[in-house]
Design a protein around this ligand. Structure first.
Ligand code: PLP
Length: 216
């Protein structure tokens, strides 16, 4: 199937309130353009070095999401235009994002990446660390940051009950952290293999790469 067909098939299964981020990492700008021409506007990349040249080469109305680990010294390259950073995992990084956002006279929207998997390799904060960060003086004094919610990656396993439990734990945490009853934190959960479960567990943003663009 073509990128266009993959996208339309996926979208037809997705509730309207859920945003699809097409993860275009390692794929050429032409592949992004093909998805864009099929109506896709939200794209995710996990490396700044790859995101910046693609953003320069592609239509300006694309909303670029940074979904991979971000080093503080790279924030300045994406600060002028990034739509949402899903992968904030330290107060030091948040400080730098706030500083660069101020320089660009804008508010940068971010998610805190929470470590929910039973794996050693994933980045992210524990629930305790995220809670401490959100209550810290340093965070509360930042004027150019909006924390919209949380991102989590489930364990890469066939055991879908475990995956479901991990997503549910992040949803429960997000509900616990909200400031008012009307506040609904944004949850970025779910990839090609597990997005259906993520949506059942309350995800509002899924990050799908290989099901759209093919294997990497
Ligand atoms: C690569 C990546 C995805 C997409 O993975 P697929 O299995 O190709 O859908 C989602 N989220 C993050 C953080 C990624 O790095």
């Amino acid at each position: 199937m073509s990128i266009r067909e993959n996208l339309l098939a996926l979208k037809s299964q997705l509730p309207e309130a859920v945003t699809l981020i097409a993860v275009s990492k390692t794929k050429p700008a032409e592949a992004v353009k093909e998805a864009y021409d099929a109506g896709q506007l939200d794209f995710g990349e996990n490396r700044v070095q790859e995101l910046v040249p693609k953003a320069a080469a592609l239509p300006a109305d694309i909303r670029w999401h940074l979904i991979g680990h971000l080093q503080s010294n790279k924030v300045k390259y994406i600060a002028p235009f990034v739509h949402l950073i899903h992968s904030v995992d330290s107060i030091a990084l948040l400080k730098e994002i706030n500083k660069q956002a101020e320089k660009n006279n804008r508010v940068i929207h971010v998610l805190l990446q929470i470590y929910i998997a039973q794996e050693e390799t994933k980045f992210g904060l524990s629930f305790e660390e995220a809670e401490a960060l959100l209550h810290s003086e340093a965070f509360l004094s930042m004027k150019n940051i909006a924390v919209d919610g949380f991102m989590g990656m489930a364990t890469n396993t066939e055991n879908m009950e475990q995956v479901r439990k991990e997503f549910r734990s992040l949803k429960d945490f997000a509900m616990k952290m909200r400031k008012t009853e009307q506040d609904f934190p944004l949850l970025s959960m779910g990839m090609s293999s597990d997005w259906k479960i993520a949506v059942e567990e309350g995800s509002k943003m899924i990050r799908v790469g290989s099901s759209i663009f093919g294997g990497r």
